[in-house]
Write a protein of this length. Structure first.
Length: 267
């Protein structure tokens, strides 16, 4: 498949001059040389200058269009940046609310529970609401813990295939939290909708430092088109965008689903 090169602001700025200057120079040199050599008649001289003015008009229209395109791109980028900032603030608010609820459950409900099974369940819920402190703990252990909780909660078998010596050090605490929440949402979807018997969590680095692929797949019924555009999927896409990552939802009816997040350059 042919992939066109992306249009950048610098390309837009240089396109008009790149077209105009060589053509203008060629016409001026040609007209001047023929004029001083006495080989151009007045009518021909007028024709060439008419052509020159047409060229100037064409390039002027082209420059106006390119300026409009440049300004439209800047506006779109500014709006996208503002939207990402707003979404980031929303996520921060959600995380703060989760932590508040977890603290309330732990401090005001848990001490009065006499049933140990219920108390254990409340502790698990608190742990899910309040994510690991990624300034002290690593992402690998957090993902494995998610898989273990998923098995206990759903009864669906889960295999964790974590690369030996997996490097997540290039991700800051906020970025690791985004990966954690994407995996958590993927497990939630499997438990609620997939009718799967088995799930697989895979995490590996690429060939270059600063690259990471994390995927969650299942052998369930797969996703329909409506499932690929649900609220949870949109949140995962937005989290991936904040990471600067690429996310895919790969699914066929009856053949399960895979959620794959790629950070950095992957082979």
């Amino acid at each position: 498949m042919f992939n066109a090169a992306p249009v950048t602001e610098s390309k837009i700025k240089n396109t008009g001059l790149g077209l105009f200057i060589p053509l203008l120079h060629t016409i001026i040199v040609f007209v001047s040389s023929n004029r001083y050599n006495g080989t151009m008649y007045p009518d021909e001289f007028e024709s060439y200058f008419s052509l020159l003015w047409l060229l100037v008009l064409f390039v002027g229209i082209l420059m106006v269009f390119l300026c409009y395109l440049y300004l439209a791109m800047r506006t779109a980028r500014r709006k996208e940046s503002e939207n990402m900032e707003s979404f980031s603030l929303v996520l921060e608010g959600q995380e703060a609310e989760r932590q508040r609820i977890a603290a309330d459950l732990h401090d005001t409900v848990l001490p009065y529970l006499k049933d140990t099974a219920v108390a254990a369940r409340v502790r698990e819920i608190c742990g899910l609401l309040m994510p690991p402190d990624f300034t002290r703990f690593n992402l690998i252990d957090a993902l494995v813990s998610l898989g273990d909780f998923f098995v206990r909660q759903t009864g669906i078998a889960c295999v964790a295939e974590i690369q030996d010596g997996l490097d997540c050090s290039f991700l800051n605490a906020e970025q690791q939290l985004h990966v954690y929440r994407i995996v958590q949402e993927a497990f939630n979807n499997i438990g609620k909708h997939s009718r799967a018997a088995r799930a697989v969590l895979v995490a590996r680095n690429g060939s270059s430092r600063g690259s990471l692929t994390v995927s969650v797949s299942d052998d369930g019924i797969g996703l329909d088109n409506a499932g690929k555009t649900g609220f949870g999927m949109r949140i995962m896409r937005q989290r991936a965008a904040l990471l600067g990552a690429h996310i895919d939802f790969i699914s066929e009816a009856g053949n399960g689903c895979m959620v794959c997040v790629k950070i950095g350059d992957m082979p």
